[in-house]
Ligand binder design. Sequence first.
Ligand code: AMP
Length: 281
Amino acid sequence: MVINSKSSLQETLEIAKNEGKTIGLVPTMGALHEGHLSLINFAYSHCDIVVVSIFVNPTQFNNSSDLEKYPRNVIKDAEFLKAHNEKTIVFTPEVEDIYDDKVEAESFEFGNFVNHMEGEFRTGHFDGVGSVLKRLFDIIKPHKAFFGEKDYQQLRVVKKLVEITEQDVDIIGCPTSRNEFGLAQSSRNFRLSEAELKEAELIYEALMKAKHMFGKNSIESIENEVEQMFKSNPHFDLEYFSIVKENDLIPTKTKDSNYNYRAFIAAFLGEVRLIDNMALN
Ligand code: AMP
């Protein structure tokens, strides 16, 4: 079922809540794929009703061409969901439903970790993410909301957001869904040619290399190795490769056996920017 008006969505959900049903939200920007589906299925294992929002949020793009080229096809998305999980409620708001007449990001104090990686290379990105989610949570008032570890830094931003805004919603992280060659599913993959899709596997290979090296090698030597892997591929432009402690998400050069670590990559394949990450220990 596709609902594009805020009020009819709220009416539908109110009835369900009064019947004691739990509501799960999976916020997306559309161009749905297996990765989104894994979140939706995860959500159904925790909730009676799942709302998938499809909204390409203008305030989280720091690059206007990236926003313009972001794949959009709500009809295809609705068909995809109908085929896989017919009872899913699809919410497709307009920009004014979310932002009224002020399409601007609020500024949030998420903490130091947003000054690195995605926050460093996409200025204002997380304020945009926080702005849209705060509004979606206000409209939908879900009991639980589901986010992919594929965007691990974002998952942590959202946990911080609900702490700051005191919104009563459980934030649940879901594992990254990958194709048979390890490539993380992403809406941006739709912009890649067959040959590029094959090349994109380098990101997974680099993360696996880092994972294998992590036990016995210094962070510096892992970084050098990964940088070398990208330098030897003329189609890729590595934006960052960082190893961080999972508790603070701050890039580090030192290892301490008491902590968990994670590696993060952002790289351009041609014009398409891809990100991924992996737990190392
Ligand atoms: P997006 O439409 O790219 O904004 O993603 C919507 C949600 O789906 C976010 O919580 C993402 O982290 C999640 N997601 C996207 N790709 C994947 C994937 N391959 N595996 C798991 N979750 C994903």
